[in-house]
Each structure stands twice: as structure tokens, then as C-alpha cells.
Ligand binder design. Structure first.
Ligand SMILES: CC(C)(COP(=O)(O)OP(=O)(O)OC[C@H]1O[C@@H](n2cnc3c(N)ncnc32)[C@H](O)[C@@H]1OP(=O)(O)O)[C@@H](O)C(=O)NCCC(=O)NCCS
Length: 172
């Protein structure tokens, strides 16, 4: 099997959207996917690109059972830590089941690590579900530290309605 890792392009949106749904289904959260190809296109290829995505691509003759030639992806964007400086945040690493265990996940992270170094990042951060032992084993082998258990960090969200309420108070 051969594959390449490359930054995505507009022509990849449809297949990546399909994989985002597969990844959400894997996390039993398909009903929480609100993103659309149009939103992805605007945010990644519009005037102010807010994130990048690397994809793993196989030649057409090796496409997946579902007909995909894109068989894995990793989203990434720049974040900033007041203690450490620039940090590259990785969002949603996913490899199609029939292509797992062939080095594709590691290759995606190899390329993401190169991007992190190019952007002078001192760290690569990501979130992994606590039940996902396969993923945690995979990341631990690559040097990841679980700061949730080691440093007692909580991951928090403030969602739409509450963001709006907070913002309204800014004009007072
Ligand atoms: C986690 C994941 C991205 C790993 O990708 P991958 O392409 O299978 O990883 P690799 O082939 O580079 O494997 C790296 C190591 O993990 C092991 N591994 C991980 N998942 C495996 C799988 N499903 N089957 C076989 N081996 C697997 C390999 O044995 C390998 O160990 P080794 O280097 O000592 O041989 C992939 O399993 C996946 O997409 N899982 C579902 C989504 C997910 O959990 N994403 C991470 C959420 S944050």
C-alpha cells in the first residue's frame, strides 16, 4: 500500500467532510456535527484561514471500500500558552478502519510535528476521549503526557448562548 501526506485542497472538502462524520460516529457524537463543507471552505480557504488540515491519500486503485482515496486526516491550528508561548493544537486525528495499523496515523503526526517546529511551537496539544485506550496508547508511545490525570486540568467549553450573554455585557 502506498500513500502520501499532503495539505488539503478545496477539492478534498467532500471526502474530508465524510471522514469528519465517520470520526464523529466513532465518538458516538454524529448528532453533534454542525459543521458544513461551506463553513469548512470559508474557514480554511477564505480570507482569514483559521486552521490547516493534513490528509493521507492513497492512489485510486487502492481506494477504501467506501470509495475514498483520502483515508486519514488531522486538523491543526495555532494556539498560545502564556507559560510556554506558541502551541500547535491538533483537532481530530482520524484514519479509516481498514487503513489503520499501517503507519498512517504516525505519518500524519510526523508532518504535524514539522509544522509545529516551523511555527516555533514548543508543544503539540490535543484532546482524547478518556475511554479511547487505543488512541491513548498510540499517543503515549509518541511521548504524550496525560495532563488531566497528572495535573488535574479540566477541559471546559462556554457555548453559543452563554458567549452571547458575556459579549452583551461588554457594551455596558
Ligand atoms: C488512533 C489512530 C489515528 C492511529 O492511526 P494508525 O494509522 O492506526 O496508527 P499507526 O499505524 O501509525 O500505528 C501506530 C501504533 O499504534 C498501534 N495501533 C493503533 N491503532 C491501531 C489499530 N486500530 N490497529 C492496529 N494497530 C494500531 C500500532 O500497533 C502502532 O504501534 P507500533 O508503532 O508499535 O507498531 C487510528 O487508530 C484511528 O483513527 N482511530 C480512531 C479515531 C481515533 O481514536 N482518533 C484519535 C482521537 S484523538
Amino acid at each position: 500500500m502506498s500513500y502520501i501526506i499532503r495539505p488539503w485542497a478545496v477539492r478534498d472538502l467532500k471526502q474530508v467532510m465524510q471522514l469528519i462524520k465517520e470520526s464523529a460516529a466513532f465518538h458516538k457524537a454524529l448528532d453533534q456535527v454542525r459543521i458544513t463543507p461551506e463553513m469548512l471552505r470559508e474557514d480554511a480557504f477564505g480570507k482569514e484561514a483559521t486552521f490547516g488540515c493534513l490528509i493521507a491519500e492513497v492512489p485510486p486503485e487502492q481506494k477504501s471500500k467506501e470509495g475514498h482515496t483520502i483515508v486519514g486526516y488531522q486538523f491543526h491550528y495555532l494556539s498560545y500558552c502564556t507559560w510556554d508561548g506558541p502551541v500547535l493544537f491538533g483537532e481530530d486525528l482520524y484514519v479509516v478502519p481498514e487503513f489503520r495499523g499501517k503507519g498512517i496515523g504516525t505519518s500524519l503526526l510526523n508532518k504535524v510535528a514539522k509544522i509545529a517546529l516551523e511555527k516555533n511551537c514548543v508543544q503539540f496539544r490535543f484532546i482524547s476521549a478518556s475511554w479511547n485506550k487505543t488512541a491513548m496508547d498510540f499517543y503515549t508511545k509518541l511521548g504524550a503526557i496525560n495532563v488531566t490525570s497528572q495535573n488535574n486540568w479540566n477541559l471546559c467549553h462556554i457555548d453559543g448562548e452563554h458567549v452571547r450573554k458575556l459579549a452583551e455585557q461588554a457594551s455596558r
